[in-house]
Design a protein around this ligand. Sequence first.
Ligand code: SF4
Length: 729
Amino acid sequence: MVNMLSTVATVANEIVNSEPVIVRGACPHDCPDTCSMLITVEAGQATAVQGNPDHPYTKGTLCGKVNDYLDRVYSPQRILYPMRRVGAKGSGEFERISWTAALDEIAYRFNQIIREYGAQAILPCSYAGHEGLLNGINVGDAFFNRLGASISERTFCISSTSLAYLMTCGPSHGTDPDTFSHSQYIILWGCNALSTNVHLWSFIQAARKNGAKLVVIDPVKTRTAKQADWHLPIRPGTDGALALGLMQVMIQENLIDADYVEHYTIGYTELKDRASEYSPEKVSALTGIPAADIVQLAREYATTQPSVIRLGVALEKQAGGGQGVRAICCLPALVGAWRYLGGGLLQSPMWPFPIKWERLHHAEFIQPGTRVLNQWQLGATLTGETHLDPPIKALFVYNCNPVTQNPEQEKVIAGLEQEDLFTVVSEQFLTDTADYADILLPATTQIENLDLMFSWGHTYLTLNMPAIAPLGEAVSNTELFRRLAAKMGFADECFQLGDEEIALGLMDWSAPVLQGIDMAKLKQDGYAKLKIDPVPHATGNFPTATGKCEFLSSMAIDSNYVLPVFRQGYTEFQPGAPVDPLPTFIPPFAVGAELETARYALNLLAAKPHTFINSCFANLPKHRRLEGAPTVLIHPQDAAQRGIVNGQLVQVFNDLGSFQIQAEVTDVVQPGVIAAAIGHWRKLSASASTLNAATAATFADLGHTAAVGGTLVEVAAITSGLVSTVGTD
Ligand code: SF4
């Protein structure tokens, strides 16, 4: 029944009887840095985890989130055995069972549901809790497609940004982050690098030592913005207006690189017309940035080369976030920044990794007409609000924690509470979502499994070798789906492969970017840099339909204004909404004077935490102590209007729901904007709900991203007490 030929076990067993060894690994978490790690193993126990000092990008350091990774691996809170629910749904009460019993029950319930409702009543649910090619977001695709389950559309992150970038520049790696030290003008646009892209910082600092200026455009004065030479606090959701305003100044003042524009771009005339609608004064009214600053930024950006823009992810989570990113992606070509080493734009350098996505997704198993259900809308999907036929009767969760991370938290919980929903969760810890499992399965941590890691923040391929044997009865995700496939009687070849065979089959090793790179080299060094051009667009060569940087998008035109939607993890497209082929400004939900009369007058921003990675680590005592109590940042003016003082417990609410949180009165946020970190666990918070109780699953303009950055709320003081749940476990 169980395929025991796991490479994980084989390698780990060799290690058990050896002298202390160093095993090369890679951080698996949802972070662009994908750090190369070294794990020290003695007598089968991991005794140290550190960064690999040889790695040219991550340079031997791990961030504070992962530094003490062994606290996670050996945490007494780990789930180490299969379990069955014995208490009420959500109670977190389970009893240990065997793997045989767990697989029997899953197969029995799946088959029962398939007989009664059809296989599409089963829905997988996964995201970036693990970013490995083997154990990550797509590891269950073959199994669920073979089963005939509903397809989960996973557009949680960078789907809108990626689509906007692809429409403009094509699948190019853009500016190699290794070359940022050559830049002279660096704009971090919606990117809090010191918290979320920390290894880029040393390259930025090297550039600054050479005279580069660092500009941060962000609604919040983040810890990165505090370190910048110039922080431009922008009103949330107005980035596209700013980019169009910069264009107008550059065009009017003849600051564009006319030769580059003529030879390597398409649609300049139309873009010029569009930009003419955005004067600095108009843009100032929209963005809150003084007109003089907009003019200064345009002049400096255009005339200081090499200039480079690092795009963050949060921009997309606004009503017009995709088109905003489109406008920003046009800027480097307008000023000819792509000509230079260290110039251009970095969205995600993941595109050149020669991954055989089809071998992850296994679309050949998908039956025509199989429905696609977007993950943002999980709450409505589970509760039946969307009147699905058949309704969802089984949910299989791995690599994600939707109770904490999805919008419309109350709907997600209401869905999970349904007695006739059969829920399986594969996890390392008893998360807010795992509490609702009927069957709970133990998952390995990264040092217990093999994986091959691409990166969405640098251009190194990294191999993660298993350092120790799986703890307890935990299994890798690859092994989990081998076991499930065997139990369901799937004999297809893809379910018979061992981990190293899977890894070998996932890359096109003959691709020019992998010249001289093979598994042996990866085993020896742990990583290898892709053979890419460090100045990819010095003379155009954009991998678009026209070969040019497309101000006017041929993707939009060729699709007769029906754009494909980027689906996270693989580039399969499906019809989406009509899209303007020119970058345009779409106002955010929370905009300007409307806020003054709105029922909910504050724009809630969900920020990535500094100490957690999404909701990972948010249960570990040290991380909770370091992160501190959940707080909402509120401007003194807004606080005074509501009688709120620093440290006070407040209620944040709108029509969707509410949560309680400690107020931090500070001018790092603008009037009208409040911000709180996402990731705190609901069951460890002051109230029975967290930030996502107040966010909606309304789609933004591109890529089926939800516009959660436009959430409108009110805040009310409820007590003078402080939140006191931090560090109590
Ligand atoms: S979370 Fe990011 S910065 Fe931290 S160790 Fe992992 S990859 Fe590196």
